[in-house]
Design a protein around this ligand. Structure first.
Ligand SMILES: CC(C)(COP(=O)(O)OP(=O)(O)OC[C@H]1O[C@@H](n2cnc3c(N)ncnc32)[C@H](O)[C@@H]1OP(=O)(O)O)[C@@H](O)C(=O)NCCC(=O)NCCS
Length: 162
């Protein structure tokens, strides 16, 4: 059985941790960070950085969601996401939350869909850091699915999901 704890609940940043109640081992984490994000997507990839920055504003984005192998598929990831959403609901003026999921990450995509996130668009301008054969970090291009949940629209989103 796991317990969940919101570690930091200041406006603009939240970190939630899940721990195994028996061993006290941390088995999952999730953060929300406010980032300048442009979600007016059409035609997203063709717009310059400058054009995009004009329509960008600070929005809460889920980051660093991870559950330890052996604890997955037990609802820990979804519970961490819910805990972070609860904290963001208390931030002044925030009624939406975002997630950017690698297009090939089916597990995370399914989790966010199940949690009520809708797909906005695929952003092919993203990058991620990976380790190469000799463990040097390098940045590679990746397409990410921009997903959003309206935090005051729980009922209608749930019924729209499938
Ligand atoms: C993605 C991740 C956080 C899911 O954590 P989890 O604790 O296993 O998720 P949950 O048990 O809460 O699952 C919730 C839902 O997500 C979906 N899901 C999760 N893992 C899945 C899998 N391996 N295959 C298919 N769907 C999956 C399912 O819809 C699941 O509901 P269900 O079990 O009732 O079918 C975990 O696999 C992980 O840490 N992955 C590596 C890091 C990562 O990809 N982070 C996301 C970055 S955006």
């Amino acid at each position: 059985m796991e317990r969940y704890q919101i570690d930091s609940d200041a406006e603009g940043s939240v970190a939630a941790l899940a721990a195994d109640t028996k061993s006290a081992e941390i088995v999952g984490c999730c953060e929300v960070i406010e980032e300048r994000l442009d979600v007016s997507q059409r035609p997203y990839a063709t717009r310059s950085e400058r054009q995009r920055s004009r329509t960008a504003r600070r929005r809460p984005v889920i980051e660093n969601l991870c559950v330890k192998r052996g604890y997955r598929r037990r609802g820990v990831g979804a519970a961490l996401v819910r805990a972070c959403e609860g904290a963001v609901r208390r931030w002044d003026g925030q009624d939406e939350i975002f997630s950017q999921v690698d297009c090939d990450n089916v597990d995370a995509y399914n989790l966010f869909r199940k949690c009520g996130y809708a797909c906005l668009f695929a952003d092919s301008t993203c990058t991620k850091v990976v380790l190469d054969d000799v463990l040097f970090a390098k940045e590679v291009p990746v397409t990410k699915q921009m997903m959003r949940k309206m935090l005051n629209d729980e009922v209608s989103l749930t019924s729209r999901q499938d």
